[in-house]
Design a protein around this ligand. Structure first.
Ligand SMILES: [Zn+2]
Length: 205
């Protein structure tokens, strides 16, 4: 990338200078559009892989495999398409994908660890346990019987099924968070606007 000062900066150099141009010291970061396009590209490839490897018996293990393939794809993508930079402070900002993933992971942890193991620890009957497992197989269990947790499923299948279903709760959870955040930000903007107007009125008096 070329810094506004005209200096060409390489990625290893940026790493050494902690993200600053070696000449003018301007802070440089990987561009937002690069992140966006890489996410879109990775997601598209992942969907193609998912569709082409899916069979009627594909279950939780298949889902986990597809999700974990995200990591080598992103690494390969970064090697093949080196990032572009822009001037600006580096911020650890949660992307939409990472946020949805975190929400799904939270739901997964609650359902699997808290409820699942609590059932076992409290000595739930096999009837109660199978009812619980049927409940957490929803909604994907409604779509395909391969995603219903049954005693013949392997451990990775069970994890994959619960995790895949977690996305159906994680996405609305993330959407709610964004709406609350948006309302809060708008509120603040309005308040600042009113405060600004009061100040202006005061000055006029
Ligand atoms: Zn520079």
């Amino acid at each position: 990338m070329t810094c506004p000062c005209g200096r060409r900066v390489s990625f290893p150099e940026l790493r050494d200078t902690l993200g600053c141009c070696p000449d003018c010291n301007a802070e440089l970061r990987v561009s937002r559009s690069y992140h966006r396009w890489m996410t879109l590209l990775t997601l598209s490839i992942l969907i193609i892989i998912a569709v082409s490897t899916h069979t009627s018996s594909s279950s939780g293990t298949w889902f986990l495999g597809v999700v974990l393939f995200w990591i080598p794809l992103r690494v390969a993508g970064a090697k093949l398409l080196p990032p572009s930079f822009e001037v600006g402070r580096f911020q650890t900002k949660f992307t939409v994908m990472a946020s949805v993933f975190t929400c799904a992971l939270t739901v997964f942890a609650i359902e699997f660890v808290l409820f699942g193991w609590a059932h076992l620890a409290l000595g739930a009957s096999s009837q109660e346990l199978s009812e619980h497992l049927a409940r957490i197989s929803v909604p994907l269990g409604w779509v395909t019987s391969a995603f219903i947790i049954r005693p013949d499923k392997s451990f990775t299948d069970v994890c994959g099924i619960i995790f895949a279903n977690s996305f159906f709760y994680g996405i609305p959870m993330f959407a709610c968070y964004r709406v609350v955040r948006w309302a809060h930000d708008r509120d603040r903007t309005v308040q600042i606007g009113i405060a600004g107007r009061v100040d202006a009125d005061d000055e006029e008096e």
